[in-house]
Design a protein around this ligand. Structure first.
Ligand code: SAM
Length: 343
């Protein structure tokens, strides 16, 4: 296995058979794999960990993804939306705490028309010109993406979820199209966004072959950001009977992605912190270099429940940031407040 990890370290690539062996190897290989991934990260980004302020501005969603707690079909969930003023309040709070990236994330909610979103993005951009605006609002038309870019958004997160058509169709209802999701990603790239994509590790029916296909898709897209976290069960979804994904496989994939995409920005996700109390620290040690604490108003946080037992739903933003800074330091890294662009 050392040969495979060394090849990955030296060439940033592996053939399918070597990826398969690495993904399926026993966990004794991880110490060496994580050490190589951490070394590569430090060559490019040092010990810096970038801070992104997450603003979950709507939990309305027109989609009905079988795994997601804010899916349209979850009638038990109380829904909320933030106004432009409330979003600006979150940014104001975040700016004071040192945040220089705001991530506006939400369900696919047509209440936020292109015009209203441009107004929101424009207002944030005007007030905080030294900050990056990241969007994570799902699939829209290329013209809309262009309008958001013109208004001041520069990064976009859109996980492809799975590159395999059959697997995609087993996770989503038939009105959702894997081809359209991929098309959106390439359009975002064409426009000039820094683009993030990714997968849920251990989503129902996922196979090793699916993950190999994900890697090949990502090599074609060449994303600047890679969002991966374990799939976590939500009781009010059709997938409530499926087990959550594995912490260990998620960490292994973070390390593999760090070695394959050395310059990428990889968050130690909230899902990782939810599956294990020190999951985010472990993610950093495996090659992640971004953390995304929550800036949403505390009263709404428990309503943005993609999965069960989500952490950080009760803490106010200042405490969240302080807690994460301690965690990052304890893991041996340094939380930095710069804009944190792709190098
Ligand atoms: N609507 C936007 C979109 O489609 O990209 C952003 C919001 S969506 C809820 C953000 C991400 O949450 C999804 O890409 C998915 O990977 C993740 N997610 C949803 N349900 C999850 C679950 N049960 N476990 C882990 N991650 C989940």
């Amino acid at each position: 296995m050392k040969r495979i990890i060394d090849t990955l370290y030296e060439t940033a690539d592996l053939n399918d058979e070597d990826i398969r062996q690495l993904l399926e190897a026993d966990f004794s290989v991880d110490e060496y794999l994580f050490q190589r991934a951490d070394y590569r990260r430090q060559e490019i980004y040092g010990r810096d960990v970038y801070l992104r302020g997450l603003i979950e501005f709507t939990n309305f969603c027109k989609n009905d993804c079988y795994y997601c707690g804010i899916r349209r079909g979850n009638r038990t969930l109380e829904r909320y939306r933030l106004t432009k003023e409330e979003i600006l309040d979150c940014c104001n709070l975040g700016y004071g705490l040192g945040y220089r990236t705001f991530v506006l994330q939400g369900g696919e909610d047509s209440y936020y028309t292109d015009r209203y979103l441009c107004e929101i993005i424009g207002a944030v951009h005007e007030k905080y010109p030294d900050c990056a605006i990241t969007l994570s609002i799902g699939e829209r038309a290329k013209d809309s993406y262009q309008a958001f870019f013109n208004a001041g958004a520069v990064r976009y997160l859109l996980r492809h979820e799975t590159a395999d058509k059959t697997h995609y169709e087993s996770l989503h209802p038939k009105e959702m199209s894997p081809d359209n999701r991929k098309k959106c990603l390439f359009e975002l790239k064409e426009i000039g966004y820094q683009v993030g994509t990714g997968i849920m590790v251990g989503s129902p029916f996922q196979t090793t072959e699916n993950i190999i296909e994900d890697i090949r898709f990502m090599q074609k897209l060449n994303p600047e950001m890679i969002g991966i976290g374990p799939y976590l069960t939500h009781p009010d979804t059709p997938f409530s009977c499926y087990e959550s994904g594995s912490l260990k496989l998620t960490l292994r994939l973070i390390a593999i992605f760090r070695l394959m995409f050395p310059h990428s920005l990889i968050p130690a996700t909230t899902a990782l912190g939810t599956i294990h109390p020190e999951g985010r620290e472990m993610g950093l040690k495996a090659g992640a270099n971004v953390v995304m604490p929550n800036l949403s108003p505390t009263k709404y946080r428990r309503l943005y429940t993609l999965y069960e037992n989500k952490i950080c739903t009760g803490e106010e933003a200042g405490r969240c940031r302080g807690c994460l800074e301690r965690r990052v330091n304890n893991a041996g890294y340094k939380l930095v407040t710069s804009i944190g662009n792709y190098i």
